[in-house]
Design a binder for this molecule. Sequence first.
Ligand code: SF4
Length: 481
Amino acid sequence: MSLRIEERKNIQVSTEEITRQRQFLEEVKQINYQKELKTGRKKLYHLVTFGCQMNENDSERLAGFLGEMGYAETENINDSDVIIYNTCCVRENAELKVYGHLGALKHLKEEKPELIIAVCGCMMQQPEVVEHIRKKYRHVDLIFGTHNLFKFPELLYTAISSNSPLVEVWETAGTIAEGMPIERKNGVKAWVTIMYGCNNFCSYCIVPYVRGRERSRSMEDIINEVRMLGQQGYKEIALLGQNVNSYGKDMKDGTSFAKLLYEIDKIEGIERVRFMTSHPKDLSDELIQAMRDCKKVCRHLHLPVQAGSTKVLKEMNRKYTKEQYLDLAARIKNAVPGIALTTDIIVGFPGETEEDFNDTIDVLEKVRFDSAYTFLYSKRTGTPAAKREDQVPEEVKKRRFDRLLEVQNRISREINDGYMGKEVEILVEGLSKNNDETYTGRTSTDKIVHFKGREELIGKLVTVRIEQVQTWSLFGTLIEK
Ligand code: SF4
């Protein structure tokens, strides 16, 4: 097996480099075109994404490259010429699924030796994972990481033209690559990554080790992208980053996330702006003001608290106390009336006592989140919390988790009950999954609303009167104006 593991530091992704990648893209396109002429069959790819929206956004870039290279997407893995797994390492489950998928592909690769099997994303930034895949899944053709995704055309070209597996993972991130093609999944809402990496090293989290330090895209590049999205008819954008609140800090020229929001608020065509994720310790007064002032910024903020106990928060390295979080939530609610707050919570962090857990419940009751993403703590190798010996027994975690869900579900339902009979403005996103007459949209506060509608309403802001309420969604009737 020929192996190429490259370790690079502070690579500048120049426009020349992007042009070079475009040349590889053309090469693959030509190869595919010639084969299509011979066989009369278009080349197909199958792309599976694990993890967060940032990974989804990376996959949209891979899809952009593949589309320009002449591939079409297929759901049928057996028909594929290229299969890619864009992986996540935040939870063990997702990792195990990737190994399961890779194992199942062995026979397909034997039947179709020309098939290219590629794995990329956060998991590949861990050397032991790469080593494991090289040893156990020798039918994998291409492994690359998060920092060199822009090199995908060159990597794919090399994998196609050589018979040996290729591994190229950069240990450290370079600057940001602009000008890559993109194929967005949704025609109404678009993700825009504004920064990469994280400097925070929360003690349970693997992200800073695999995504590198914070790097912000230039304001100009972001504005241009959003402007183009507005011209293309997108109505909503979600600004993405591991911690959007520290956007611009690395530039050291006064650029800030709040200033970016003010600029984006002026862009024509875009009706709604969302963002995630916000670290509470970096949420400035300037940002609260921007959320209040910017008409297009949605009345919803995802503000992960993770735990309620100040002791646990300290051990998580979150850099805020319970009281500071409560104060922040109150100030946001005061400044932006009607705002919906949602959160992430980890149950059973090492050393969490019953009293600590009660602090988490107390925060739920005091803040009254609209919803919470709740997770049982699970060890991530390589993080400080995984080495601790005072792990909480599974049955205790499970009991606390159930209690937490009970409290949060009650609060979510009570908040949703308040919508009964109200008229709300929603952005229509599309047909509901299980019903071909029911359409789905979201309020500015991120509530899912189902209503009987028509196809031409997709992408429009409409008003719906809420007539039925559930814990996770609302149902109503369209008000024709
Ligand atoms: S802020 Fe903490 S939880 Fe979020 S990505 Fe960074 S280290 Fe992980």
